[in-house]
Design a protein around this ligand. Structure first.
Ligand code: NAI
Length: 319
């Protein structure tokens, strides 16, 4: 049963990702201070969170055991950085993906935080060694990279700076578990972390196959959504290997030569430009026109699917 937690959490930047984090921390019973340099962003975020939590509650899919009103009472806005970080045990930075800006933000925080608070960045692809360079509190710094939309997709990649204290990793891991997310510990920073390295490998081969005219863009997407994706929502590629034969050794014994043969035929990194791009763009626009209304409707449908999938996954885990 979720009860309220000691110590507050600061969401530093109340845009798309900051709002999701705020909802997740409130669902885990944390007091949340939403900080931003723009008062209007905070006002919009609070309103947006209120509407979303009410809808989730009406549909019976609000996370945590507190009611929407109880969760909403835990979230407040703040434009004074010192007031925001006072008493905080965890700060989740969610400012735009810009190295200079993030370095500036963490330098600001470095001057006013205590020796215990966790300084965590939502960065999708900036390396901790670049972002947290020269900070006095570097041992308390970590990247906690969520996946959009974080309320429905629970993975969080935890990426340490070379000087991050192991206890920062452990504490961040425990906090993520407490709010119902699914953290993974990346042992050493690497460009793209893990999720984007896998994603880019898939995008790259998908692009080459379409570019070479071997398959249409829509059929390519079906291969993922009705093929690989069906099992990947429940088991990863390594478990797939283990189950698709009599264990991993048998799988490699049977299939490694074939895998190596096919892998040798993979082409160079695509340009993602020119005629190839135009062709994919045209086909995608025919499927989903690029005006805000069509894109928003499709995103909403995607989020509903993800929400139902998340529900199914938690039922399956409970069995
Ligand atoms: P966003 O543009 O929606 O929100 C950024 C917020 O930061 C705005 O409210 C802005 O007013 C505020 N801000 C700007 N400068 C600030 C400062 N100096 N101090 C405090 N607040 C400031 O950005 P979004 O999409 O929420 O991304 C935030 C972070 O999350 C980025 O690092 C991004 O890479 C990462 N991320 C984004 C994902 C996505 O799909 N959008 C997925 C995973 C991570």
């Amino acid at each position: 049963m979720t009860s309220t937690q000691d110590g507050s959490v600061v969401i530093f930047g109340s845009g798309l990702i900051g709002r999701s984090w705020a909802m997740l921390f409130a669902s885990g019973g944390f007091k949340v201070k939403l900080y931003d340099i723009e008062q209007q962003q905070i006002t919009n975020a609070l309103e947006n969170i209120r509407k979303e939590m009410k809808t989730l509650e009406q549909n019976g899919i609000l996370k945590g055991s507190l009611s929407a009103d109880q969760q909403l009472a835990l979230i407040s806005g703040c434009t004074d950085i010192k007031v925001a970080v006072e008493g905080a045990i965890y700060i989740q930075e969610c400012t735009p993906e810009n190295l200079d800006l993030k370095k500036k933000v963490f330098s600001q925080l470095d001057l006013i935080v205590d020796d215990k608070v966790i300084l965590s960045s939502s960065s999708s692809c900036l390396l901790p060694s670049k972002m947290f360079v020269g900070l006095k509190h570097v041992k308390q710094c970590i990247v906690a990279h969520p996946v959009n939309p974080p309320y429905y997709v629970p993975l969080v990649e935890l990426v340490p700076h070379p000087e991050t204290d192991p206890s920062t990793m452990e504490r961040t891991y425990a906090i993520m578990k407490k709010i119902g997310q699914s953290p993974v510990k990346i042992k050493k920073e690497i460009d793209g972390f893990i999720l984007n390295r896998l994603q880019y490998a898939i995008i790259s081969e998908a692009w080459r196959l379409v570019d070479e005219g071997l398959v249409s863009p829509s059929d390519l997407d079906i291969v993922m959504s009705d093929g690989l994706g069906m099992r990947y929502a429940f088991i990863g590629p390594l478990e797939t290997m283990h189950l698709n034969a009599e264990g991993m050794l048998d799988y490699c014994n049977r299939y490694s030569e074939g895998m190596k043969r096919v892998l040798k035929t993979f082409g160079p990194i695509p340009d993602f430009s020119g005629a190839g791009l135009e062709k994919v763009h045209q086909e995608m626009c025919a499927r989903i026109p690029v005006d805000p209304a069509h894109l928003a409707a499709r995103r909403q449908w995607r989020d509903e699917c993800l929400m139902k999938l998340a529900k199914l996954k938690s039922q399956m885990q409970a069995e």
